[in-house]
Structure formats: C-alpha cells, structure tokens
Design a protein around this ligand. Structure first.
Ligand SMILES: [Mg+2]
Length: 220
C-alpha cells in the first residue's frame, strides 16, 4: 500500500489520526452544550443550536481551533472544561507500534496539527505521544490552518521536508486536498477517526482505518 523506499518524512495529523476523535466530538457536541446551557441559563436544545451555528461559521478557519477564541466568545473556560472530560483522550489502536516502526525505518516523524497549544498540552500530558515523534507543529505557530496553502509553505520552510518524498496521514479531506495542491505526493486518509462512529466512505484519497497493515513484517 505504501512504498516506504519513496518516503523520508511522515507528517502526522493528531486528532482523528493518532488520537481518537471521540474526545473532541464528545466535548463539542455533548459536554460543551451542557456547560453552556448551565452557565447561561438556557435550555439544552437552544444551547446546542446556538453552538452549532457559531461553530459552523468558523469551520476550516484558524479561529475554529483556538481555545482562547472560544473561551472569549462563549464566556467559558474551554481548557478547564476540556480537563473535566480529559479521561476520554485516547491514542488510537496500532499508533504506538506504527511510530516505532517509522523510527526503525529512519523516517522523520512530524506531528502537523491544527490543535492549538492549549489543547496540545492537555493531550500530550495524557498520552505522551509527543515523545514518539521528532517534532510537533501547531497551526497556531504559523497563524493559519492546514486548510490553507500557506501553512504547508511555512511548514516546509521550518522543517525542509521534500513534498515529493513526504507522506501525510490525516482524517480531514479538505486538509488532504490542500496538501495535494501544494505538491505533497503521498497522502493517506483515516476513514474511522472516531471510534464511536461508523467508518466513512472516502473516494478522493487512498485510505485506511488503522495502521496495522502499514507496519506488518511484509511492509517494504
Ligand atoms: Mg484530524
């Protein structure tokens, strides 16, 4: 499926790729509406509607990923609320063996994530997954999200990755499309980013559910 001889660098998304997206979906769709309704004294369905509308206005923009933006907008401490459900932060199956496999193959392992620095602290505290990669870059560092071409240019300037010898693994199709337009040659989508949701049908990109097949004894 992947010809490792053609790859020097692996860019790894975090949420939905290395970590179970269930935490994020649960937080934004369940926990936050409940907390918002309690804090502002509105009914839960009304809180849910308001949050979904507000979130959709920012989807794909850097602000969508910034906890400080949402703390100010919603008048709630988002980091503290995330901590309340942090036990749901989990590494996806087969991720740790896959990262060890990449190290053995001398591939550069870089987390390239839209998660902001507050979220990274929380997620790395729980999982220590940052100890299994060579570098971590948040889109907050660059001031633009992975959905923008400029992000990939900034990351290339910072890390000197060769787009023709790089594999990006991500669950966000808009991000994969943008990376393809930038010239990243090897792309792999995750079709089941949330363990509690069914697998999605993906037509635009090569895709997988887990990493088992990528680091089997036969992987070349
Ligand atoms: Mg993701």
């Amino acid at each position: 499926m992947i010809n490792w001889h053609e790859i020097d660098t692996v860019l790894l998304d975090l949420d939905g790729t290395l970590l179970d997206l269930h935490f994020d979906n649960y937080f934004w769709c369940e926990h936050l509406p409940l907390c918002y309704a309690q804090k502002h004294g509105v009914a839960l369905p009304k809180a849910r509607d308001y949050l979904m509308k507000e979130l959709s206005l920012h989807r794909g923009k850097l602000s969508w990923y910034l906890t400080n933006h949402w703390s100010e907008t919603l008048k709630l401490d988002i980091v503290e609320l995330k901590q309340q459900v942090a036990h749901k932060i989990k590494v996806r199956p087969s991720v740790r063996p896959f990262l060890h496999f990449l190290a053995k193959k001398n591939k550069q392992r870089i987390i390239a994530t839209n998660a902001d620095l507050n979220s990274l602290r929380l997620k790395f505290d729980r999982t220590k997954i940052d100890l299994l990669v060579d570098a971590v870059y948040s889109s907050e560092n660059f001031g633009r999200p992975k959905e923008e071409l400029g992000y990939w240019q900034d990351l290339k300037t910072e890390t000197a990755f060769d787009p023709r010898r790089t594999l990006l693994i991500d669950d966000n199709i808009s991000v994969l499309n943008c990376a393809r337009d930038f010239g990243i040659r090897h792309l792999l989508a995750i079709n089941k980013p949330d363990s509690q949701q069914p697998a999605r049908e993906i037509t635009e990109h090569q895709h997988t559910e887990y990493f088992d097949g990528l680091h089997s004894p036969g992987a070349c």
